[in-house]
Write a protein that binds this ligand. Structure first.
Ligand SMILES: Nc1nc2[nH]cnc2c(=O)[nH]1
Length: 366
């Protein structure tokens, strides 16, 4: 027995990473719910702040890329509170330093690429077109996780993926917000292609993170989630800083701050809070990959696409209409479908475990 409560090893079909983790049932559900809240709240706030930055006169793609990872040092505080503890028994299978560096470096490069493409898409496309293309990431994730993570597709999971994609598409088609004015056709095309590529890279990144947790890191504590986020963000931040200086965009930042419509303090605050909210979101993203799967993490990202317009209704007093309500109900249906699958998998795992324990406790010969 390792920690508070009764530890349970889960090794069943869809909860693939569960074979690595020891949690009591309550701990597992609390962990899932907390990470869902982090992802949805963090992503909704970060996307709205990112759009605010562009709307108020911000124009630097590299700065928008940088703020998606630059606040990673704040994660050192929870890392200090939940230190990584290694089991002596598993130390023989610990990855070498070189393996760890290679994994974090490769994932960090993918993260930087996704962040850059995502920032370009947000700059060049209207919110509606943007969300519509982002909805494709669930389809990409389904394909990648089938091949990379051997994800099993039950009817509940398929239902969830299809319904959530429809919900995000409905939100997008309904959105009548204008794209950035005076945008040339070529810039629109660039925005379209970069957002599509970002969706593919993001999905690949989530699947490879799941694979790394399962095959390389093999640790059982929350610290591994923070370490994954910190090291990949460190690499992505270095790339974004190099991009900011190599592209010469850094020279425009002073003018951008002076010309920001809401003022200089608002400019700095927008960037600081965008950076913080992306970290909150990322802990949720990586936490859900660790404890459930990359596909589930992406399902919650897509759910957040449907929730963001609702946040706009509350914060920016956007109008609410029937289509948004239907899209939201669809999103919750898709979400509930996946959660129910998790519940079934969890129950099955617990049953299998108690059967196994009974067999082990039976006296020999019985
Ligand atoms: N492409 C992409 N990048 C992200 N970075 C954080 N969230 C997302 C997302 O939903 N899609």
């Amino acid at each position: 027995m390792k920690e508070r409560g009764e530890p349970v090893v889960i090794k069943v079909e869809d909860l693939t990473t569960q074979s690595l983790i020891k949690f009591t049932r309550l701990q597992w559900w609390v962990f899932v719910v907390v990470n869902i809240v982090f992802l949805i709240a963090g992503q909704a706030a970060a996307v709205l702040l990112g759009r605010f930055y562009y709307d108020q006169g911000g124009n630097s793609k590299w700065l928008a890329t940088l703020v998606q990872t630059a606040a990673f040092p704040i994660l050192c505080v929870p890392l200090f509170l939940f230190p990584s503890h290694r089991e002596p028994s598993s130390s023989s299978s610990s990855p070498s330093f070189l393996t760890l560096v290679s994994v974090y470096f490769f994932l960090g490069v993918l993260l930087a690429g996704d962040n850059m493409l995502y920032s370009v898409g947000l700059l060049y496309l209207s919110a509606s077109t943007y969300s519509l293309i982002c909805a494709s990431q669930l389809a990409f994730n389904s394909v990648f996780s089938y091949f990379i993570n051997s994800q099993k597709f039950t009817s509940l999971i398929l239902n969830s993926v299809v319904i959530l994609s429809l919900s995000a598409a409905l939100i997008a088609v309904n959105d009548d917000s204008e794209g950035p004015s005076g945008l040339s056709k070529s810039k629109y095309m660039i925005g379209f292609i970069t957002t599509f590529a970002a969706s593919a890279i993001y999905s690949l990144l989530l699947c490879l993170m799941q694979l790394s947790f399962q095959k390389v890191l093999k640790k059982e504590t929350f610290a591994v989630v923070l370490e994954m986020q910190i090291y990949t963000s460190l690499v992505a931040t270095c790339i974004a800083v190099i991009g900011l200086f190599a592209s010469g965009e850094w020279r425009t930042l002073q003018g951008e701050m002076d010309g920001f419509q809401k003022g200089r303090v608002s400019y700095v605050m927008t960037l600081v809070w965008t950076a913080v909210t992306w970290q909150v979101c990322s802990v949720g993203v990586v936490g859900l990959i660790f404890v459930v799967s990359s596909l589930f993490s992406n399902v919650i990202s897509t759910l957040s696409l449907a929730v963001t317009p609702i946040a706009s209704v509350i914060i920016f007093h956007d109008s609410m209409n029937g289509v948004k309500i239907i899209a939201m109900l669809l999103a919750f249906w898709g979400f509930a479908s996946y959660i129910y699958q998790n519940y079934l998998d969890d129950s099955k795992a617990r049953r299998a475990l108690s059967d196994m324990n009974e067999t082990h406790n039976d006296p020999p010969g019985q």
